[in-house]
Design a binder for this molecule. Structure first.
Ligand code: 5GP
Length: 197
């Protein structure tokens, strides 16, 4: 029988390499992990696939979903586009014993932590602000205005890092993914030994 599902939150500044770390975690970590696919009003970037990277919707559709109570949390990130976590996907995953990963911004993460305090939360960030800026620029997908907005938000997001249970410095993607995996596995061991006592 499947063990209990767990909720995992991964956030951190844009450009921290979160998505790459999460992808590597899904490849390397032998736990029943599933990635939550958020809904967004942001247009797809080249190479992004609807239903895999995000559910890409219009502002009208997003508002409909919000009013219908379909979101566990939703936020306007970088003051522009809306992003939301689908309650149904999270509930289904947890009910079937999956470890569901939410890769969401700090405001969304705090809202989920308040609703589900047992969540395992990780704040991923690069070694320095210079490194963050270098990564954002090398991605080549953002214009200057968007880069500046993301850097300003990154500064304010750093202030929230102590709200997370674990802080991961992403010096190397494989090491960061392995560290998260190790922490997740330890969390199961702790659950088992508690239930024995
Ligand atoms: P991007 O546009 O680069 O894909 O994502 C921008 C930011 O939105 C990232 O920090 C990402 O983690 C966050 N994000 C993605 N999906 C969600 C979501 O469902 N809810 C919230 N609150 N943030 C999200």
């Amino acid at each position: 029988m499947a063990g209990p599902g767990r909720l995992i939150i991964i956030s951190g500044p844009s450009g921290a390499g979160k998505s790459t770390v999460v992808r590597r975690l899904l490849e390397r970590c032998p736990l029943p992990l599933e990635l939550s696919v958020s809904v967004t009003t942001r247009p797809p970037r080249p190479g992004e696939v609807d239903g895999r990277d995000y559910h890409f919707v219009t502002a009208e559709r997003f508002e409909q979903l919000r009013r219908a109570g379909e979101f566990l949390e939703c936020k306007q990130v970088y003051g522009k586009h809306w992003y939301g976590t689908l309650r149904g996907q999270v509930e289904r995953a947890l009910a079937s014993g999956k470890w569901i990963i939410l890769e969401i911004d700090v405001q969304g993460a705090i809202s989920v932590m308040e609703q589900m305090p047992e969540a395992l939360s990780f704040f991923v960030h690069p070694e320095s602000r210079e490194e963050l800026e270098r990564r954002l620029r090398s991605r080549g997908t953002e214009d200057e205005e968007s880069i500046q907005r993301r850097l300003a938000v990154a500064d304010s997001e750093l202030a929230f890092r102590n709200r997370y249970r674990f802080e991961i410095i992403n010096r190397d993607v494989d090491e960061a993914a392995d560290e998260i995996c190790r922490i997740l596995k330890q969390s199961t061991e702790r659950t088992v030994s508690c239930s024995k006592n």
